[in-house]
Design a protein around this ligand. Structure first.
Ligand code: BMA
Length: 310
């Protein structure tokens, strides 16, 4: 096994495999969070038809999960109940409501960024799409900034092309989004993040800035390799990068990260911070097939990013 930098992988990884849902081909890139006295998750389930569905799951310990075999139903404004299709969900709690961003293919070309909300993870409401095609990646900040809702996103194009920078934008009402600002892009030179980058879990507020864990991609002669990295963004002006790690936080190393439907992918999408111990549990998709978790102390992550910054 290659060296770990900051995160230590859970020895029981992967914690979720396709067996969790009988119709699944793969379960990966999913969002988990504490809810009431247990944990809840929104899971990306690619079916044996290759339909990209989102399913709810529940857990007592954030490691062992029961995933609903049926996809989430979304209540639309016109009263219609639709199945929740899409991929790479992120969940952010804001003022007591849980907002789910996802990439999806509405009528017309995709992918666009859809937004849904829930308060109980039983009834879900579809909201207006927040970003038009092509966009593959979006996550809300967990509080308003200067009175505005805030989001990181990654404009894209029609395919899995070597293009992808992270942008910041704001909204007064979660419907109208604008004031887009560039945050950062791939490095102009060879590195683990020289092809594209995209935001991971909802940014975490720390004294040192917003901790953003993101994915970075490099292009090798046999294809893309996805790693996880970290940055600290200014608390008041989050489009300003204070620190950004030159070394990765996590790279595809073990068999379950290297072998799967898409090899050599670690794709972080959720983080649970234990406020009492300072431990951060990072949930990430492995090789577009399973879900794993790795742990680090929040302080250590921040120190590592600062010490290894550009
Ligand atoms: C990205 C997204 C992710 C996926 C990754 C690697 O563009 O589609 O869902 O994990 O590619 O295939």
């Amino acid at each position: 096994m290659a060296n770990e930098t900051v995160f230590r992988r859970y020895e029981g990884n992967p914690i979720i495999t396709p067996e969790a849902v009988p119709t699944a081909n793969s379960i990966f890139n999913s969002a988990v969070l504490p809810f009431e006295d247990r944990y809840v998750g929104i899971f990306r389930v690619d079916t044996q038809e290759m339909r990209m569905e989102l399913h709810v799951g529940w857990s007592e310990d954030a490691l062992h999960w029961e995933i609903d075999p049926e996809p989430i139903k979304l209540q639309r404004e016109d009263g219609q109940l639709i199945e929740c299709l899409g991929y790479d969900p992120r969940v952010t709690e804001l003022e007591g409501t849980y907002y789910i961003t996802r990439c999806h293919y509405p009528a017309g070309p995709g992918p666009a960024i859809g937004l849904a909300k829930t308060q109980d993870f039983k009834t879900f409401y579809e909201m207006w799409d927040v970003l038009l095609p092509y966009n593959r990646n979006a996550v809300l900040f967990p509080r308003k900034i200067h009175g505005q809702y805030a989001m990181l996103h990654r404009p894209s194009d029609t395919g899995h092309t070597p293009y992808g920078d992270i942008y910041y934008c704001t909204s007064p009402d979660l419907i109208n989004w604008g004031r887009h600002q560039f945050v950062f892009g791939p490095t102009p030179y060879w590195s683990w993040q020289n092809t594209k980058v995209g935001a991971g879990p909802a940014p975490i507020e720390t004294k040192e800035g917003w901790l953003l864990i993101y994915h970075g991609v490099r292009t090798t002669c046999t294809g893309y390799v996805y790693c996880a990295g970290g940055a600290l963004l200014d608390l008041d002006e989050p489009w300003k990068v204070i620190y950004r790690s030159k070394r990765y936080l996590l790279a595809p190393t073990l068999d379950y990260e290297r072998v799967g439907d898409v090899p050599d992918v670690v794709f972080p999408t959720a983080a649970i911070l234990d406020e009492s111990t300072g431990q951060l549990a990072l949930y990430y998709g492995c090789a577009d097939t399973t879900v794993s978790v790795a742990y680090a102390q929040l302080d250590e992550i921040i120190d590592f990013i600062k010490e290894n910054s550009f």
